[in-house]
Write a protein that binds this ligand. Structure first.
Ligand SMILES: [Zn+2]
Length: 222
């Protein structure tokens, strides 16, 4: 999946994602931001898990305590067969009330709602105001339960695989340091050096879609 910092094509090329993925942008123009997310949801539906996603699912079957912590908002890990994914930036498939009118968060299942799609987002069934995608926008706090779960998993890890991250966006970038302090063996999978490389016990230089399947292969039959 392209991240939303990557160039967008077609209709959306002239928009800066950083100007769309904010609570202020949504408040000013909910239809614009909602339509952009509908476009991105369509891209997610059309995407397929890569060999790296499948390799992690295989590892999780072999090591049931393996937890996946991700900053991605797509569902490709689940579609590859992984479970219990800790989502630091939410899920693009999910929605909630923009005002969290029933407490934070207030999830809304839009599959049962009807609304005029030319008019932007559906209305919250509780308060009648806008529904928004359940993702973390610029300037927003990360979900505290996800941070807590990720911190716990990191502090109790024997081994941590750090896959394809620049290691600069906190608090996700803190997790390898938490694991390292707790004595975990840190394996970085990344074609390029990152902020994590200096603390990595092992650096497997290459893209995750190539390195992770080979790692699974190297482990041999269970
Ligand atoms: Zn509401």
């Amino acid at each position: 999946m392209p991240t939303f910092r990557d160039a967008l094509d077609g209709l959306w090329a002239r928009y800066d994602p950083a100007q769309l993925a904010t609570p202020g942008a949504f408040a000013r123009n909910p239809k614009l931001v909602w339509d952009w997310y509908e476009y991105r949801r369509e891209m997610v539906r059309a995407a397929q898990p890569n060999p790296g996603h499948y390799a992690l699912a295989v590892l999780q079957k072999r090591f049931p305590h393996l937890r996946i912590i991700t900053q991605n908002v797509d569902d490709l890990h689940e579609r590859a067969g992984s479970a219990g994914v800790i989502r630091l930036h939410g899920s693009i498939a999910a929605n909630r009330c923009f005002f969290d009118c029933q407490g934070s968060p207030t999830p809304v299942d839009i599959s049962t709602l009807t609304w005029d799609k030319n008019n932007g987002p559906p209305c919250c069934p509780h308060c009648g105001r806008w529904v928004r995608p359940d993702v973390v926008w610029f300037g927003e706090m990360l979900p505290p339960d996800a941070i807590e779960a990720a911190t716990f998993a990191s502090a109790h890890a024997d081994v941590m695989l750090v896959v394809g991250t620049s290691g600069v966006v906190t608090p996700a970038a803190n997790m390898p340091f938490i694991a390292k302090r707790a004595g975990a063996f840190i394996i970085e999978v990344n074609p390029v050096e990152s902020q994590i490389t200096p603390i990595a016990d092992l650096w497997l230089a290459g893209p995750s879609g190539e390195v992770l399947p080979r790692l699974v292969e190297a482990l041999g039959a269970p």
